[in-house]
Write a protein that binds this ligand. Structure first.
Ligand code: CA
Ligand code: CA
Ligand code: CA
Ligand code: CA
Length: 393
């Protein structure tokens, strides 16, 4: 198989709670699944001016971006929580996650004989690999579940509203991030900024944007993780590159170091396996491994970014963007997602709760930069405006 037909996930010790309040805060949900994320600062940055007519990367607010792609283990927790009987009403589980005719990248088993709440399990050795065969709807439902405090949290409301109660909601083209959303699928600008933006003044490229998510303008090297056979270990990723030389790197698929494709081979790497290949804000694998769903709707499609194990270097780069073959339901063995966390409050939120002009409450972030483990907690503010000043740059 040629590396082009396919184109184009959270242990952070993060506890999140959203408190809406008037006179008293609500009970705060405690999350069980932890999602690692990193803060992205420099709000109000200019977009990338260099590549193509579309200019991306400007984000006006502080946010968090998943440090890793969402993994099979995390998705298994989601499945067992929201579908304890395995009824699969919303088709959150795809049998191809277990076995598909095109390859062996799936990492989840369905075990109907198990007791309720334990019917899904990560395949041995694949728990830390990114979940694949996920649709755009699977991704935003996972975000909703996180937003709603996990557990029995709803998948159809929260950060996004999905109507109809079916796998393919009736309002697919009009699904947008709701006011007050917290855990979300990153939109294209959020994804782009975390992948490529690093101010020149703090060590970034001269125009503040790198070409690749590995803080580099040079094509990354394809090598088995952690990339120690490549000339520049910090600029390695899981993607397809073949230089025709027997030199230990750029030998085809990164995992096998060979150009031949085997349907029996799992070509994905554990999250963060390229330990030296860190993005400008601390993310891993934004380039390669699996391509990643974006929230942004372009025309009638949701776009994806970052390239996968079977794509060429260009697909990992800033100017490359594109849809999958199907607007939403085009999962494959090289497509996954990561989440973002948007603490930025909106006045719309306040309006939605009818508390404009009254005491306000909002979820705000307290970034624990010392440990990089970022804890979210509810902050109650009685001032009229919400400040993000507690977020370090
Ligand atoms: Ca640049
Ligand atoms: Ca190698
Ligand atoms: Ca080579
Ligand atoms: Ca990726």
């Amino acid at each position: 198989m040629m590396p082009s037909p396919f184109r184009h996930l959270l242990s952070l010790s993060a506890r999140f709670a959203l408190g809406m309040l008037l006179s008293a805060p609500l009970a705060l949900p405690v999350a069980a699944t932890s999602i690692d994320y990193v803060p992205v600062g420099n709000p109000g940055n200019a977009p990338d001016q260099y590549y193509g007519p579309a200019q991306f990367g400007n984000v006006a607010y502080h946010y968090g971006i998943g440090k890793y792609e969402v993994t099979n283990s995390q998705y298994v927790e989601f499945l067992n929580a929201v579908d304890p009987t395995g009824a699969n009403q919303l088709q959150l589980y795809d049998p191809f996650m277990t076995s598909d005719p095109q390859g062996s990248n799936g990492g989840i088993n369905y075990l109907p004989g198990n007791s309720n709440g334990t019917k899904f399990a990560a395949i041995l050795g694949r728990g830390d690999k990114p979940v694949v065969w996920v649709s755009w709807y699977d991704a935003v439902r996972f975000a909703n579940w996180m937003h709603n405090g996990q557990g029995a949290g709803d998948t159809e409301t929260g950060s996004y509203t999905l109507l109809g109660g079916t796998a393919n909601p009736t309002n697919g083209l009009s699904v947008v991030r709701n006011p007050g959303a917290t855990w979300v699928l990153p939109n294209e600008n959020e994804w782009y900024k975390s992948a490529y933006y690093e101010p020149a003044a703090t060590g970034g490229d001269v125009d503040d944007y790198w070409l690749y998510p590995t803080r580099s303008n040079s094509d990354p090297y394809s090598d088995q993780p952690p990339g120690s056979q490549a000339p520049t270990t910090s600029n390695t990723a899981n993607f397809f590159r073949d230089d025709g030389q027997v030199n230990g790197y750029n030998d085809g698929f990164a995992v096998t170091g060979a150009v031949g494709y085997s349907t029996a081979q799992n070509y994905l790497t554990d999250r963060g396996a390229y330990a030296s290949a860190v993005g400008p804000w601390g993310t891993f694998d934004q380039g390669g491994n699996v391509s990643e769903w974006n929230e942004t709707l372009i025309g009638n499609v949701r776009f994806i970014r970052g390239g996968s194990f079977q794509n060429f270097a260009f697909t990992l780069s800033a100017p490359d963007r594109g849809p999958t073959g199907d607007p939403f339901l085009s999962p494959n063995g090289g497509l996954g997602f990561r989440l973002a966390l948007v603490p930025e409050p909106s006045t719309v939120v306040l309006a939605a709760f009818g508390i404009v002009g009254l005491a306000t409450a909002s979820a705000l972030a307290r970034w624990n930069s010392a440990s990089r483990a970022v804890h979210y907690e509810s902050r109650i503010r009685f001032a009229g405006s919400i400040s993000q000043d507690n977020v370090p740059r």
